[in-house]
Ligand binder design. Structure first.
Ligand code: TMP
Length: 208
């Protein structure tokens, strides 16, 4: 495909939103044709699925239901938005993608990792990720920075042990796929994080 696909991953409160804001400004200033999107969500149908997944009132949601909902949202988002944008030659920057499923539903919830991988590969519709930025910061430091968990968000309310397993998952993924994933020390300043991500994108020919 003509475009490039970049995903941003990491635990809660690691600075994904700040990084994305910085990238938006940089791309606007350099005239880079880009689409910024997020998971779960990104399209009308997938945003409805997001609301269903994250609603703290939905206490009955089972882990497998949750996994299938993330996969459903991803399939819709990928076909409706990501693939057309890549075909149009754009840089697509996605706030979370398949690695979050493996880290949260696989490592943290304890569902079968091979089931997570299978569902990810169905939902990805054959799309290839050109770069994954793993914002590396422990959940302890992340929540401290965020000022605590958002109690209206079902996933953020999970206990610290859950988020430690998520972190372990991301660290394992980064170690096992050093070609695709670059770990960036998220305790650095926002300017340093942005610079290192922009340099990595340049090094890989994602941006000029
Ligand atoms: P956000 O807070 O970064 O917008 O992400 C929403 C929540 O969904 C966050 O707690 C991580 C979680 N999540 C999963 O558990 N599995 C997934 O596949 C994705 C994309 C997100």
């Amino acid at each position: 495909m003509a475009g490039k696909f970049v995903t941003i991953e990491g635990c809660e409160g690691v600075g994904k939103t700040t990084l994305i804001e910085g990238l938006k400004k940089y791309f606007a200033a350099t005239g880079t044709a880009a689409v910024f999107t997020r998971e779960p969500g990104g399209t009308a149908v997938a945003e409805k699925i997001r609301a269903l997944i994250l609603d703290a009132a939905n206490t009955e949601t089972t882990p497998v239901t949750e996994l299938l909902l993330y996969a459903a949202a991803r399939a819709q988002h990928t076909e409706e938005l990501i693939i057309p944008a890549l075909k149009a030659g754009k840089v697509v920057v996605c706030d979370r993608y398949s690695d979050s499923t493996l880290a949260y539903q696989g490592y943290a919830r304890g569902l079968s990792k091979s089931l997570c991988r299978t569902l990810n590969s169905i939902a990805e519709r054959g799309v290839k990720i050109d770069l994954t930025v793993f914002l590396d910061l422990s959940p302890e430091k992340g929540f401290l920075r965020k000022g605590g968990a958002d109690q209206s968000d079902r996933l953020e309310k999970e206990d610290l042990l859950f988020h430690r397993r998520v972190y372990q998952g991301f660290c394992d993924i980064a170690r096992s796929d050093t070609e695709r994933v670059v770990a960036v020390d998220a305790s650095l300043t926002r300017e340093e994080v942005l610079d290192s991500v922009i340099n990595e994108m340049k090094r890989r020919g994602i941006i000029g």
